[in-house]
Design a protein around this ligand. Structure first.
Ligand code: C2E
Ligand code: CMP
Ligand code: CA
Ligand code: CA
Length: 412
């Protein structure tokens, strides 16, 4: 913070209520009276001493000074620039900003009622949130807080369930595993999309218990799915389960011990579990590398999800050892219409194959996309063409009847 000092004599006014505020003050020495109302009839709100800060409210949200400040003995004050405060406010979490904005409004209302009602009609505060879209923005933040609180309850009330989407092995022409995808059936909201609520869970520590639940349930499901599959396909390899892991889960001290325990408890092998992480994890630096290596050392497979979106950098593939790469659905969706996307998709698959990393293509909806991907020597595929994500009961039927791949595709 840039600081500048100023001295005030006893009785001298620092600022008056209603003025615009361009800085806050830290009291280095002396005492300050904060009061409201005119000089003939002042109402003292508080006395402040060494080490305390005042004049911050108008700097935080651009409103006029909510009270006057006067030195009641000789004072030395350090000026805190408005930029030093606003930069921090602007970069704060929207929920924190909303809470501060509400507190400031309440504080001003309380001050006004202390003097028997509004003396100065203050303009609407410029607002901490209002400058970014007003009421709509506030409602968005409140909605996020509501969902966060409901998510906690959802875990206790068993409102989550998992759906499983088959992943096909294009080379062997059969199912090879599933991806576990969480669903939230809220009693008040109905089905909520995971990209909405998991995004909120990821911003908070809620991702940790929800993530644990996903690991336990998907490992248990894999046990029964694999058992059912092996009854009709005794010669085939075991099925695998892909589980989405958010970077924040790795920060939990118990993550690895819980993962190991849950897999052992379910009675499946670590090699049957693919942990899907997105490229975002690489932004976390060396700790991400350590986490990925530790998973692989424990025998888990690690897949790089949503490859080609956002932070893709080919250098990651050289630095980080991954067992498979999932080409994002956006490529599959437009590769047949857009020549450049076609070339890029082909190049990603060729490059991964060259590095010995099998590719899973996501979001295959039509037969032509499937054929093209086979031509590109893409090893695995997942999409509505084969099956949407389905509940465990349906997934059990799916593995019993899915003999060969052509049948599955034709049936859809
Ligand atoms: P994702 O990991 O990329 O999952 C694939 C998404 O694509 C799923 O959406 C799936 O239903 C959808 N999808 C699959 N095939 C097709 C297709 O052919 N066409 C179209 N249009 N979509 C297809 P879903 O289930 O809504 O999940 C969205 C995202 O939510 C996931 O994206 C993942 O990022 C997150 N998510 C879901 N479950 C979990 C979880 O258990 N843990 C974590 N951390 N994230 C999860
Ligand atoms: P600001 O509104 O910028 O200018 C007046 C300052 O007085 C305000 O910031 C706070 O720092 C302080 N202030 C306002 N109301 C109170 C109160 N009720 N109690 C203590 N300090 C207050
Ligand atoms: Ca995924
Ligand atoms: Ca994906």
């Amino acid at each position: 913070m840039i600081s500048q000092r100023k001295r005030f004599k006893a009785g001298e006014l620092v600022f008056r209520e209603g003025q615009s505020g361009d800085c806050a003050y830290i009291i280095e020495s002396g005492r300050i009276e904060i009061f409201i109302g005119d000089d003939d009839n002042p109402v003292t709100l508080t006395h402040l001493g060494e080490g305390e800060i005042f004049g911050e409210m108008s700097v935080i949200d651009g409103s006029p000074r909510s009270a006057s400040a006067r030195a009641i003995e000789p004072c030395e004050l350090v000026l805190v620039s408005s930029e030093a405060i606003s930069e921090r406010i602007d970069s704060a979490d929207p929920i924190v900003r909303l809470l501060i904005s509400m507190l400031l409004t309440r504080m001003r209302q309380a001050n006004q009622s202390a003097t028997g009602g509004p003396k100065i009609v203050q303009p609407e505060p410029a607002g901490i949130l209002t400058d970014e879209g007003g009421e709509g923005q506030t409602q968005k933040v409140l909605e996020k807080m509501r969902i966060e609180s409901e998510l906690k309850q959802a875990l206790v009330s068993n409102e989550f369930m998992l759906h499983f989407q088959p992943i096909m092995d294009l080379q062997k022409g059969r199912i090879s595993g599933f991806e576990a995808l969480i669903r939230w059936n809220s009693p008040t909201r109905g089905l909520v999309r995971p990209d909405i609520f998991m995004g909120i869970a990821e911003e908070t520590s809620l991702i940790v218990p929800i993530g644990k639940w996903v690991i336990e349930k998907s490992a248990e499901a894999l046990k029964v799915l694999n058992h059912r599959y092996r009854q009709s396909h005794p010669e085939d390899e075991d099925l695998f389960m892909s589980i989405n892991i958010s970077g924040r889960q790795f920060h939990d001290d118990e993550f690895f011990s819980h993962l190991e325990g849950a897999i052992a408890q379910a009675g499946v092998k670590t090699s049957q579990i693919k942990l899907e992480v997105t490229e975002r994890i690489f932004m976390e630096g060396p700790s991400a590398l350590q986490a990925i290596n530790r998973c692989r050392d424990m025998g888990f497979h690690v897949a790089l999800d949503d490859f080609g979106t956002g932070y893709s950098s080919l250098s990651y593939l050289a630095q980080f050892q991954v067992d498979s790469l999932k080409v994002d659905q956006s490529f599959i969706r437009s590769m047949l219409q857009d020549e450049k996307t076609f070339v890029i998709t082909n190049a990603i698959i060729a490059m991964a194959n060259g590095l010995g990393i099998p590719v899973i293509a996501e979001g295959i909806e039509i037969e032509k996309e499937h054929r093209v991907l086979v031509g590109m020597e893409c090893r695995f595929a997942q999409g509505y063409l084969f099956s949407r994500p389905i509940p465990l009961g349906d997934a059990l039927n799916y593995v019993s009847i899915s003999n060969d791949f052509a049948e599955t595709v034709n049936a859809s």
